[in-house]
Design a protein around this ligand. Structure first.
Ligand SMILES: Nc1ncnc2c1ncn2[C@@H]1O[C@H](COP(=O)(O)OP(=O)(O)OP(=O)(O)O)[C@@H](O)[C@H]1O
Ligand SMILES: [Mg+2]
Length: 210
C-alpha cells in the first residue's frame, strides 16, 4: 500500500517542556490509525500540528507526497483533510447550513450538496435538528454535527480527536460504524483503548508519569 502521511522526527516544545520528541510514523492510504495515550500526552497537539493549526518545534510532515510545512499554498493541502475536535466550534447558522458550508466552499454543485447533507442528516440521526441553530445544540449533538460535517467532505485524511467522547453509547456505535466504512484514511485518538477497536493499527503516546 502507498504511504499517504509520513511524520518524521516531529517534536513539540511548550515553554521549555517537550510534549513529544522525534515522533516518526507513516500511515498508508486507506488505513485507520489509532493514537492512544493518557491525558496530556500530546494527542490533541499532534492533531493540531497535522491540521496546520500549530507549528512544530522540529520535524517534517508529508501528506500525499507534499511537504505540509513547506507547501506554497497551505490552504490547498489543508483542504485534503477534515478535522473533528472534542469540543468542536460550530458556525452560527442551522445544522443544515453547518454541514453544507464546507461543500459550498469547495465549489460543489447545489444538487450534490443537498444530496450529501441529506445523507449526513439521516446517517447521523440529525434530521430532527436540521433547522436548529448549531450554537444551541448540546455538547454531544455538536460533536455529532462536526463528525457529519467532516464526513461529507470525503477528505483524503480524516483527523478525529476523541470523536465519541461526548456521545451516548448508541451514537458512539453509530459513529464508529461510519468511520469503519469510510473510504478516507483515518487518524483517531482516545485516552482509552476504544479507538483501537476500529483501527487497523495503534500507536501509543507515553504520558509524563510513565
Ligand atoms: N498552548 C499550549 N501552551 C502550553 N502548553 C500546552 C499548550 N497546549 C498544550 N500544552 C501542553 O501540552 C501537553 C499535551 O497536551 P494535549 O492537549 O496535546 O494532550 P492530550 O493528549 O490531548 O490530552 P487529553 O487526553 O486531556 O485531551 C500538556 O501537558 C499541555 O499542558
Ligand atoms: Mg486532547
Amino acid at each position: 500500500m502507498t504511504v499517504l502521511l509520513s511524520v518524521k522526527d516531529l517534536s513539540k516544545r511548550y515553554d521549555g517542556r517537550w510534549v513529544f520528541k522525534d515522533l516518526t510514523f507513516k500511515v498508508s492510504r486507506g488505513e485507520r490509525l489509532a493514537v492512544i495515550g493518557p491525558n496530556g500526552s500530546g494527542k490533541t497537539t499532534l492533531v493540531r500540528m497535522l491540521s496546520l493549526l500549530e507549528t512544530p518545534t522540529g520535524g517534517e510532515i508529508y501528506l500525499d507526497g507534499e511537504s505540509l510545512l513547506e507547501a506554497p499554498e497551505k490552504w490547498a493541502v489543508r483542504r485534503k483533510m477534515a478535522v473533528v475536535f472534542k469540543r468542536p466550534a460550530v458556525l452560527n447558522t442551522t445544522v443544515y447550513g453547518n454541514i453544507a458550508l464546507g461543500l459550498k466552499v469547495r465549489g460543489e454543485k447545489k444538487d450534490s450538496i443537498h444530496e450529501k447533507v441529506e445523507w449526513a442528516l439521516k446517517e447521523f440521526n440529525l434530521r430532527h435538528l436540521e433547522d436548529r441553530n448549531a450554537r444551541a445544540l448540546s455538547g454531544g449533538e455538536k460533536q455529532l454535527l462536526s463528525i457529519a460535517r467532516a464526513l461529507v467532505l470525503e477528505p483524503l485524511l480524516l483527523l478525529l480527536d476523541e470523536p465519541t467522547s461526548n456521545l451516548d453509547p448508541e451514537n458512539a456505535a453509530l459513529v464508529e460504524d461510519v468511520i469503519k466504512n469510510t473510504g478516507s484514511t483515518v487518524i483517531i485518538t482516545s485516552p482509552t483503548e476504544s479507538a483501537a477497536r476500529i483501527a487497523d493499527r495503534t500507536i501509543y503516546m507515553a504520558g509524563k508519569h510513565r
